[in-house]
Design a protein around this ligand. Structure first.
Ligand SMILES: Cc1ncc(C[n+]2csc(CCOP(=O)(O)OP(=O)(O)O)c2C)c(N)n1
Ligand SMILES: [Mg+2]
Length: 285
């Protein structure tokens, strides 16, 4: 179903704002996980801007949608989103990774408002998301559990145990996004441990699975609506065809952008990128 023009523009603006906030937060720190934070921006914009409009008030309720960022090193993307949704202010956001912070580099549900699950040890988040979805089903909730896993993260056997369990328990309310940005920590996913065709693999594991362009807001929205309205009792997987460093052209072309430590040149390039994003946002209106 096509998004209304206003809704589409609003989500595009939110995606730009998330991207700017990620860059500003990491730039002031001087290092961090740029690549994998940027590749999930559009998905977070669609989820938090439309599908599960989360506020601190809604978060305080028990029967609601849940979100688990299983690839926890992309915490800066979730933090930027929570900041824009009013969970905390800019000073809090910019305390990322500093001494005594309540905003560690990887999400911690006991420290940061708006975080549903502590993640960072790859493979564990998706197992917990499966448990949350199971709990929702047992309690007759009409809400969903959403989780994002990385393509490299899927090298962890624990993910496949969780998927097997989800299909066995018919967790139709679990929607797993696979961020297929083709790279992991130190190289391409293909070279390090090729995981083959994710759609076919998820289908073989009992999921209803589809693949979308991970920078296409309308396509992501459509895929989620299809998953939500499906009559099948299978869990759902949406494979996001993304680029590590998505939305920042010079980073997209960089071989290794998993974790960057800034020098003067990189800092200047990233500051230019923020300016371009701001211009792009003005052009939307
Ligand atoms: C259990 C575990 N092993 C290793 C790591 C170190 N590590 C952090 S990120 C990463 C690569 C993850 O790749 P991917 O899931 O593709 O992430 P993305 O490309 O989205 O950044 C690794 C190996 C970890 N966090 N947890
Ligand atoms: Mg990856």
């Amino acid at each position: 179903m096509p998004l209304l023009a206003d809704d589409n523009r609003q989500l595009k603006e939110l995606a730009i704002d998330i991207r700017i906030s990620i860059l500003e937060t990491l730039n002031q720190l001087g290092f961090g996980h740029y690549g994998g934070s940027l590749s999930i921006v559009e998905t977070l914009a669609v989820l938090y801007g439309n599908i599960m409009p989360m506020t601190p008030e809604i978060f305080a309720q028990k029967d609601r949608d849940y979100f688990v960022l299983s690839k926890g090193h992309a915490g800066p993307a979730l933090y930027a989103t929570l900041y824009l949704k009013g969970f905390f202010d800019k000073d809090f956001l910019h305390s990322l990774n500093s001494n005594g912070t309540r905003l560690p580099s990887h999400p911690d549900r006991n420290l940061t408002p708006g975080v549903d699950m502590t993640t960072g040890s790859l493979g564990q988040g998706i197992s917990v998301a499966t448990g949350i979805a199971y709990g929702q089903l047992i309690e007759g909730s009409s809400h969903h559990t959403y989780a994002i896993v990385g393509d490299g993260e899927l090298n962890e056997g624990q993910c496949w145990e969780a998927f097997q369990f989800a299909a066995h328990k018919k967790l139709k309310n679990l929607i797993v996004f696979i961020d297929d940005n083709k790279k992991q920590l130190d190289g391409t996913t293909q070279k390090i441990c090729a995981t083959q065709d994710f759609v076919a693999k998820m289908q073989a594991f009992g999921f209803e699975a589809s693949r979308v362009k991970g920078d296409d807001i309308q396509a992501i929205y459509d895929a989620i609506l299809t998953a939500q309205t499906s009559h099948s009792d299978q869990p759902k997987a949406i494979v996001l065809d993304t680029i590590k460093g998505q939305g920042i052209p010079f980073l997209e072309k960089m071989d290794a952008n998993h974790h960057l430590r800034l020098d003067d040149t990189l800092r200047r390039q990233l500051e230019d990128a923020i300016r371009e994003l701001k211009t792009g946002k003005e052009d939307l209106t």
